[in-house]
Design a protein around this ligand. Structure first.
Ligand SMILES: [Zn+2]
Ligand SMILES: [Zn+2]
Length: 147
């Protein structure tokens, strides 16, 4: 099975080859700024399951925090990818860039400690103050974990 998506202007397109899409909501301040919204929703995708297509120029990248890279369409600015920080090698594809309204399996809410006061989480999914257990930069580089 595959899911398609792309940027606002249609310059950059992708396909995700998976049976189903797992996603998580993130309330960190960097997602908030990058998306201009109270939180972002990311699909969690192993690198081998994401295929890009584009005509001409490629995605532009911005390092938003040490080791974390965000990629955008150079023409319309759509935020298309986050990678480098989850600790498991997986990519994060902003769910709002998917075509249509495919079903998502929501895993929970992360970085809830940075959630803005004007948004309230109103479901019963698991909430994590920062990374869910077993994920994050401390998995990549244990020296950086705040003990
Ligand atoms: Zn675009
Ligand atoms: Zn975030």
């Amino acid at each position: 099975m595959s899911f398609s998506g792309g940027c606002l202007c249609g310059h950059i397109r992708y396909q995700i080859r998976r049976e189903r899409l797992n996603a998580i909501h993130c309330y960190c301040g960097m997602c908030r700024k990058a998306h201009g919204t109270a939180f972002s929703t990311h699909c969690v995708v192993p690198p081998g399951q994401l295929l890009w297509s584009h005509s001409g120029s490629r995605r532009v990248a911005y390092t938003s925090s040490p080791g974390a890279c965000r990629e955008f369409c150079p023409h319309c600015g759509t935020h298309l990818l986050v990678h480098g920080q989850s600790g498991d090698g997986n990519l994060a594809v902003p769910a709002g860039t998917l075509d249509g309204d495919p079903e998502l399996t929501l895993l929970g809410h992360m970085f809830t400690e940075e959630c803005v006061s004007w948004y309230h989480i109103a479901d019963d999914l698991p909430q994590y103050k920062q990374w869910p257990p077993g994920y994050g930069p401390s998995i990549i580089n244990p020296d950086r974990s705040p003990s």
